[in-house]
Design a binder for this molecule. Sequence first.
Ligand SMILES: *[C@@H]1O[C@H](CO)[C@@H](O)[C@H](O)[C@H]1NC(C)=O
Length: 223
Amino acid sequence: MALVFISLSLILGMSAALPQDMTGKMLVFPQETNTAHVRLTPSRQNLGAVTVCMRYFSDLTRPFTFFGLATPSYNNDFHIFKMPARDEINVDVRNIVLNFKGQDYQLNRWQSVCGTWDAASGLVQLWVDGKPSSMKFSTESNISGPMIIVLGQDQDSYGGSFDSGRSFVGMISDVHMWDYVLPPHHINNYRRKFTFPPGNVLNWNLIEFQIVGKVLIQEEQHL
Ligand SMILES: *[C@@H]1O[C@H](CO)[C@@H](O)[C@H](O)[C@H]1NC(C)=O
């Protein structure tokens, strides 16, 4: 029975865009390329607020993309981007760039990153390992249009124009996305792996995605 289940998940894992339970699993991006990525296409076409949380492990010192959501009108409609400076991370909404300094990005350590924004206030906030940034104003305009989310590459155009110099190399896990601003105590619970409401746009416990190129699914390592 267990064997049947394992072979079945192997087969399912290789086919495109079937929802999978990724609990306890991570995505490994083992090479610097301008092709390998994970593509997610949520069915939502209009968002008045966003929270994205994910965990990552990397030794990259160059710029790279944590998370990129593009629509046909805006390649960086919701985009979390590591800047060349070690302590700077940008969050872009509708291509409006916000720079957050004093961020505690570490090499070779699992960390969590969350970005929040809502159109009602226009405010963006970044949380790295549970530490909040200043709130900064971006836009009061909803994110709208068919969405392509890419992990592992930076979309310079809708679904493409990747650059290996901005690709992600390392591991990613626990990707969740909500259509509201997650309150601070839930962001803290996410970081500590306590109870939080799973994402209602993307939920790592039942997530639909497509792997392109060399991206591998492995068990999380609990040390
Ligand atoms: C923006 O999003 C909110 C929340 O989803 C929605 O209630 C509102 O109608 C949207 N506004 C526009 C102009 O689409």
